[in-house]
Design a protein around this ligand. Structure first.
Ligand code: AMP
Length: 185
């Protein structure tokens, strides 16, 4: 399997933008589970109908559903050929365990935590004005991030693949830091 990367970070940390830049530079396929879900919602599929209320409330879609979606996507030939950058998955340790199983018992090559403080991401999210970015939903997502996703950092650290990158600064500055971490692999 070619390069397997995971990017973690609070909503509003800039991880989506950086993930797109990274997938271009390293030739890996960018998979955003948030984008996959939003596409399903827009298309009105069964998955979309189930996910919409959960997403609007800022809650997490169930592990079984998410693991099923990612398992199926990672089995596609393009991933085996080009590698992958997972953005928004795993979000829980159950999802991380499932990912390790999908990868044949190992963690990713690198899990990047794009670190931006809570006050800064809240300001950025309110400024971008997305439909699901109400103040309640933002607060709920950040609370969930701390509760569910922060333990993931320990999960990756235990497997020796965690890299914490300062997400403050310009897009170029942050991208340069990310390149340095990945090129060191
Ligand atoms: P994102 O674009 O990554 O911020 O995701 C938007 C929303 O989709 C989240 O607030 C969750 O409701 C849902 N979501 C995306 N990825 C996952 C995941 N791995 N596990 C559970 N819910 C997810």
């Amino acid at each position: 399997m070619p390069l397997v990367l995971v990017i973690l970070g609070r909503q509003g940390s800039g991880k989506g933008t950086q993930a797109s830049l990274l997938s271009e530079r390293y030739g890996v396929i960018h998979i955003s589970t948030g984008d996959m879900l939003r596409t399903a919602v827009a298309a009105g599929t069964e998955l979309g109908l189930r996910a919409k209320a959960v997403m609007d409330a800022g809650d997490l879609v169930g592990d079984d559903i998410m693991i099923g979606i990612v398992d199926e996507r990672l089995a596609a030939a393009d991933i085996g050929a080009h590698g992958v950058l997972l953005d928004g998955f795993p979000r829980t340790t159950a999802q991380a365990d499932a990912l390790a199983q999908i990868l044949g018992g190992t963690g990713p090559d690198l899990a990047i935590n794009l670190d931006v403080p809570i006050a800064e991401v809240t300001e950025r999210m309110l400024a971008r004005g997305r439909a699901d970015d109400t103040e309640e939903a933002i607060a709920r997502r950040l609370e969930l991030y701390e509760a569910e996703t922060a333990p993931l950092l320990a999960w990756f650290e235990d497997r020796g693949c965690l890299s914490v990158i300062d997400g403050l600064g310009t897009e170029d500055e942050v991208f340069a830091r990310l390149n340095k971490a990945i090129d060191a692999l």
